[in-house]
Design a protein around this ligand. Structure first.
Ligand SMILES: Cc1cc2nc3c(=O)[nH]c(=O)nc-3n(C[C@H](O)[C@H](O)[C@H](O)COP(=O)(O)OP(=O)(O)OC[C@H]3O[C@@H](n4cnc5c(N)ncnc54)[C@H](O)[C@@H]3O)c2cc1C
Length: 311
């Protein structure tokens, strides 16, 4: 039973209090700012222990418990911690961000107020080429001379759109209509409140290299500059068991064990049968799933069966 006569204070994390309200810059004009937070590692432990009525024990027990909870996806104790951020994000990136439905959001209204007078600009060396492999991704950069041309055109476009917007406002057009041709590079601002469980889910998806570089910058700032200080034990467990971990399907485990025991030919048969590779006149090629498996095998220092010399 808990001691109900004891007066409890809300928890503070001194390292996090140091950055409370501070603007953490992201991209050229964006930021993340910690407005408020509730809970800390202890709150996760406390919530988990409520279920069987025991008080906090030692720090090493706490670390073990948090790691156990995260490893086994016991999610509700992580929902006891919350964070409120003030963010400024370009509209195209905000479109991706706002898909995370588990946050509470209040966004700056360009119906009510004049649009934020700043747009994400791209330096000549920052233009990325379309990836051939990943239809949603980029790979490498454009030549510097081309980049200079693209940046010049971007500056002209943004200046024209701003001029048209301001002209409409000056002519008395309603703000809700005047904004319709503003570019997606225009920054928006929002208050964004989310619990730790859902924040870690957001970070797992948006710090990943498959996420667009720009949203990755925001996710990394939230992760490394806020969450790491706020809940160091949960952050460590998240990096170990979620972000840095790899998922292996039952087919992949079978293939791994065949590679490990030197049965490359048999592994190749299963890879073909289960769709990790495909075969045409030109030979055997990995599918998307096969390419993803190759990255896992590389990480594990294992041979990639379809590249093995079977002669
Ligand atoms: C690399 C990448 C590429 C993407 N590409 C596209 C794309 O091409 N097109 C596109 O439309 N989207 C795309 N998305 C967005 C993606 O499909 C998700 O909408 C987004 O990542 C939010 O994830 P979520 O729903 O898990 O998160 P949240 O909305 O934060 O939800 C967290 C979890 O809560 C649960 N949940 C929340 N709401 C509900 C509900 N109503 N019903 C049931 N369960 C719920 C789910 O378990 C969910 O995983 C992409 C995302 C990433 C990371």
């Amino acid at each position: 039973m808990s001691d109900v006569t004891e007066r409890l204070n809300s928890v503070r994390v001194p390292e996090l209090d140091e950055i409370l309200g501070e603007v953490l810059p992201v991209l050229d004009n964006g930021f993340v700012r910690l407005i408020d937070y509730m809970g800390c590692d202890d709150s996760i432990v406390q919530a988990a222990r409520v279920s069987y009525g025991k008080g906090t024990k030692t720090i090493s027990d706490d670390r073990g418990l948090i790691r156990y909870l995260l490893r086994h996806r016991h999610t509700t104790p992580f929902e006891m911690c919350e964070v409120k951020l003030h963010v400024r994000v370009p509209m195209d990136i905000w479109r991706q961000w706002i898909r995370h439905r588990t946050a509470n959001v209040n966004e700056y209204s360009t119906r009510y107020s004049i649009a934020i007078d700043t747009a994400r600009t791209t330096q000549p060396g920052e233009w990325r080429l379309q990836s051939d492999i990943n239809k949603q991704g980029s790979e490498g950069g454009v030549e510097l001379e081309t980049g200079q041309q693209l940046t010049r055109r971007e500056t002209e476009t943004q200046a024209l759109m701003k001029e048209v917007y301001e002209e409409r406002i000056d002519l008395g057009v309603a703000r809700e209509q005047a904004r319709k041709d503003l570019p997606l590079s225009t920054y928006t601002e929002a208050y964004w409140k989310i619990d730790l469980h859902n924040l870690l889910h957001f970070l797992a998806l948006r710090m990943d290299e498959k996420a667009q570089l720009e949203i990755r910058e925001y996710a990394k700032t939230i992760g490394n500059s806020i969450v790491k200080k706020w809940v160091p034990l949960a952050w460590e467990a998240f990096m170990d068991y979620r972000f840095g971990a790899m998922m292996l399907s039952s087919d992949e485990i079978e293939i791994l064990s065949l590679i490990n025991s030197g049965q490359i030919e048999k592994a190749n048969e299963i890879l073909l049968k289960t769709g990790f590779t495909s075969e045409d006149g030109a030979g055997v090629k990995p599918t998307l799933e096969g390419r993803e498996l190759a990255l896992k095998l590389e990480r594990l220092g294992l041979e990639i069966p379809w590249e093995a010399d079977n002669s």
